[in-house]
Structures are given as structure tokens and as C-alpha cells.
Design a protein around this ligand. Structure first.
Ligand SMILES: C[S@@+](CC[C@H](N)C(=O)[O-])C[C@H]1O[C@@H](n2cnc3c(N)ncnc32)[C@H](O)[C@@H]1O
Length: 261
């Protein structure tokens, strides 16, 4: 008989356990299950979401850094068998699990590393057609925001260069134990058909990050480190501020800088 002892919430691991099973089920239902056979859940904790993922006709793998949670999962979800990985998602080589296969990512993410989870997903996007999960509300809104919005920034542009991002619903802090200080938001990312950039990717990252470091300045000023030619600087796009540029504008801007002699 598995023990009913609950996992003690550890703040440094961002542990806020979801109490509302309807919301867990709603998150499990966000994935389309098209074009992949495997799902990776990050940070299953005591398995409130895992339980509903296991109802899907797919193969569920879970990665959890906390050994106490891992013992709990092994006791309560024997059907997961050897698909529980006691590892740090940010450091683990996921090809040890998937060996080049495509998989979806989902989870109620630890908020302290949620942006890094997105950045790692972007790196491995050729294997990740779909990604859904729960973030701090403001972070989820930021990822999905469009140009012109105050919260539009690095995370929005880099994510939306490769994925269509949609904010799905808000979750109040009262449904967690212990409750976090802020509300949460659930989003879905669906990879674009063409997820290769028509410009140098490293340069694209650098242009976006450098541009947003001084978001009140025009790009002519904030992108000085690229030693732009006078001819290029005369282009009207450099008179704009980063938050005025769409993702496509950023891609075009990178191509212009790349081709500037
Ligand atoms: C917000 S809790 C969610 C727990 C559970 N999914 C739920 O909804 O109740 C985040 C979970 O992520 C785990 N975690 C934190 N950092 C991690 C990392 N680097 N890699 C894998 N899991 C991590 C925590 O131990 C915790 O179980």
C-alpha cells in the first residue's frame, strides 16, 4: 500500500501543489496529441496533472528534481514504471529519453526557472511540436504578447519566432498549496510550420536581446554595437523602439544587419 504522506513543499524548488483537479484535467486536455507519441511532464510533484495525462493514449514521461516527490510518484503511479526521471530538466540531455523522437512538453512549471524552461525548449524545438503549461500569469501573458504592448519583450519575440503562442486561461492562487503570491496563467505553444529563420539565428538572438536592453531608446541608438553603416542607419526601421517591431520586423532587421557591409 502506498503511504499517503504528502510531499513537504520546498520553496527553493518552486513547489506549489495544485489542489483543483478540474484545472489539472483542463491543462492535460490542452495538448492536441497530433504528430507525436510521447509527452514529457516537467515537475510532476505529487502527480495531480500526471494522473490525467496517463488517461491519454500516449507515452508519458516525467522529469522531477525532488527525490521526495519521485518516491511519492513511484508509490502512487506504478504504471509510470521506468519513465520517472529524477533529474534537472534544464541540465538533462533529453535525447537519453527520446533518442531524436518528437515529444510534447507540459507541466505546472516551477516559476523560478520558467523562462529558462522556455529558452531550453526553443533550443530543442526541432523535437518539440507542442508545449503547454502553467506559468506565473504575467510571464504567460508576456510570452503571448504582441508588439505595441508594454509587456512585449525578449521572451515574446524569441518564442513567437518559432511558435504560435496562445494564452488560454487564468488560475487563481487560491487553488494551490501553499498559495503563491500571484495568479497563474496557462498557455499553449504550437510550432510554426517553418521554424528555421531566414537569417542568422545567433545574430537574431543578439539583436533582440540588445534592442530590448534599452527599450526606451530607438534602435539606431541601442544597436550601436553592431557598427551599422550610415546607409543602413538611414533606414526608417532604426528610428523605431524595440516594442514597435513585430517578430517579422526583427527577422528582417537581422537580415539587414547581416548583409550590411
Ligand atoms: C509548481 S510545482 C508543480 C507540481 C505539480 N505538477 C502540481 O501541479 O501540483 C513545480 C514542480 O517542479 C519541480 N522542479 C523544480 N525545479 C525543477 C527542475 N529543474 N527540473 C525538474 N523539476 C523541477 C518541483 O520539485 C515541483 O514538483
Amino acid at each position: 500500500m502506498p503511504s499517503n504522506k504528502q510531499v513537504r513543499a520546498k520553496k527553493h524548488l518552486g513547489q506549489h501543489f495544485l489542489k483543483d483537479e478540474n484545472i489539472a484535467q483542463k491543462i492535460a486536455n490542452t495538448l492536441s496529441l497530433n504528430s507525436y507519441k510521447d509527452i514529457l511532464e516537467i515537475g510532476p510533484g505529487m502527480g495531480v496533472l500526471t494522473k490525467y495525462l496517463l488517461e491519454k493514449k500516449t507515452s508519458i514521461h516525467v522529469i522531477e528534481i525532488d527525490s521526495e516527490s519521485v518516491s511519492y510518484l513511484k508509490n502512487h503511479y506504478p504504471q509510470l514504471e521506468n519513465r520517472i526521471y529524477e533529474e534537472d530538466f534544464l541540465k538533462y540531455d533529453l535525447n537519453k529519453i527520446f533518442n531524436g523522437r518528437s515529444f510534447a512538453i507540459t507541466g505546472n512549471f516551477p516559476y523560478n526557472i520558467s523562462s529558462q524552461i522556455v529558452f531550453k525548449t526553443l533550443e530543442i524545438r526541432s523535437q518539440v511540436p507542442e508545449f503547454s503549461g502553467m506559468f506565473q500569469k504575467e510571464v504567460a501573458q508576456r510570452i503571448c504578447s504582441k508588439e505595441g504592448s508594454k509587456i512585449y519583450g525578449i521572451l515574446s519575440v524569441l518564442t513567437q519566432a518559432f511558435y504560435e503562442a496562445e494564452y488560454l486561461f487564468t488560475v487563481p492562487s487560491s487553488v494551490f498549496n501553499p498559495p503563491p503570491k500571484v495568479d497563474s496563467g496557462v498557455l499553449i505553444l504550437k510550432r510554426k510550420e517553418n521554424y528555421l529563420l531566414p537569417c542568422d539565428e545567433q545574430l537574431f538572438y543578439k539583436v533582440v536581446k540588445t534592442g530590448f536592453q534599452q527599450r526606451r531608446k530607438t534602435l539606431r541608438n541601442s544597436l550601436k554595437i553592431f557598427n551599422l553603416s550610415d546607409n543602413l542607419k538611414a533606414n526608417a526601421i532604426f528610428g523605431k523602439r524595440p516594442e514597435q517591431l513585430s517578430v517579422t520586423d526583427f527577422i528582417n532587421l537581422t537580415a539587414l544587419i547581416q548583409n550590411d557591409n
